[in-house]
Design a protein around this ligand. Structure first.
Ligand code: CP3
Length: 347
């Protein structure tokens, strides 16, 4: 076994590191030829439900591009499936539910799943992966609101989900509560199976206004963070990725998370000034930069490192998931650049 690399966890806790750690959202995926080779033989759901395959794909970016953390290969939509919604893969549009939530009976029919039963394949994949890697492993879930948006809605702009919160807020809260309890249990089980940190993906927080964001997204994120923290105190970092909501940064930190993950539309220097030493910051290179020439990748990566500035508490990442068209060599250049050039920003 190689020397353990735990600089990602140290940075989550704002401890001192010799350089800035890096991992990439959606790092296991279609931009890697090694992933596409396996994907040709199996459909996406088979891949995530077979622990040996999920684990192999989780390890690919750790070995191929040299990131400082793994993230278990799965999807946020496996939890609603375990709650009772049938999931299928539309080869063009990605994972979808056969029938969305439409009324109170649909909400009542959903169960709060026991993860050690219905989501055992995720837990097994975590256990298997942990035996074979020397970097920390991240578990994850969608935020209650983001899962709600997919469960209620099939549309692109999630207008049905928004109609439900505006017009039938009591029913919306009933559903969100059920999802929040399910999310908490699922994250706790992932940690008990070996996940070293967890990330909550609030990908659709930014389609709400301040009032509805607080009431229908942040409130339930707060519940989830508290549930995880009451079980594991401060030992397991909780990362919160909430896209397009930086204007409410101070409120978001109030959720009790350890790290905020921000998208590229916000400036890292200003973010750092606003959060002080309360949380670490993850981010925030625009994924589209990785479609450019290598010199542009280096230039833009250096800008991100420099905008954060000297000191600890920065985890380099993209502002959203890596695009399938990304050249692998650009990703390797990005990782090498961050690993070498961030040293001078640390003691
Ligand atoms: O980061 C990782 O490497 C871990 C794996 C991971 C996947 N999805 C694999 C995946 C993670 C963390 C997710 C999270 C996820 N899934 C989110 C939140 C983060 C984000 O990107 O906003 C959301 C909204 C989903 C739902 C989802 N899954 C959609 C909308 C799609 C279709 C779009 C697409 O990228 O194809 C997926 C499919 C998906 N999830 C793929 C992968 C690797 C592509 C599957 C394939 O066809 O091979």
């Amino acid at each position: 076994m190689k020397q353990k690399n735990d600089i990602f966890l140290k940075a989550c806790r704002r401890e001192s590191t010799e350089r800035t750690p890096i991992w990439i959202m959606r790092q296991a995926g279609r931009y890697l030829p090694e992933y596409r080779k396996i994907r040709q033989r199996y459909d996406f759901l088979t891949m995530i439900k077979t622990p040996e395959i999920a684990s192999e794909v989780t390890i690919q970016p750790i070995e191929i591009i040299g990131v400082d953390a793994g993230i278990i290969f799965s999807d946020i939509l496996v939890l609603p499936e375990a709650m009772g919604l049938k999931l299928y893969i539309d080869e063009v549009g990605g994972p979808k539910f056969e029938k969305n939530i439409q009324n109170e009976e649909d909400v009542d029919r959903l169960i709060i799943p026991d993860p050690t039963d219905k989501l055992k394949y995720v837990l097994n994949a975590i256990e298997l992966t942990k035996r074979n890697i020397d970097v920390p492993l991240i578990g994850f879930s969608g935020s209650p609101w983001t899962l709600f948006a997919y469960m209620v809605d099939g549309s692109k702009d999630f207008r049905n989900a928004k109609v439900l919160i505006y017009s039938h807020s009591k029913l919306a809260h009933k559903l969100l509560e059920k999802i929040a309890v399910s999310v908490s249990r699922f994250l706790i089980s992932q940690i008990e199976s070996g996940a070293d940190a967890v990330q909550i993906f609030d990908t659709w927080g930014g389609i709400l206004n301040r009032e509805t964001f607080e009431e229908f997204s942040l409130r339930y994120i707060h519940y989830v963070v508290e549930a995880v923290k009451s079980k594991f105190a401060s030992t397991v970092p909780v990362i919160l990725y909430s896209k397009g909501t930086w204007q409410w940064m101070e409120r978001i930190i109030g959720s009790g998370c350890d790290v905020i993950s921000i998208d590229w539309t916000f400036d890292l220097k200003e973010a750092r000034e606003r959060v002080g030493d309360r949380v670490s910051i993850q981010g925030n290179l625009d994924p589209v930069v990785l479609l450019s020439k290598p010199d542009v990748v280096v230039r833009e990566a250096l800008k991100v490192i420099d905008r954060y500035g000297r000191g600890d508490g920065h985890i380099f990442n993209l502002g959203h998931g890596i695009l399938p068209e990304t050249p692998v060599d650009n990703v390797k250049i990005l990782v090498e650049t961050v690993k070498s050039e961030s040293r001078k920003y640390h003691k």
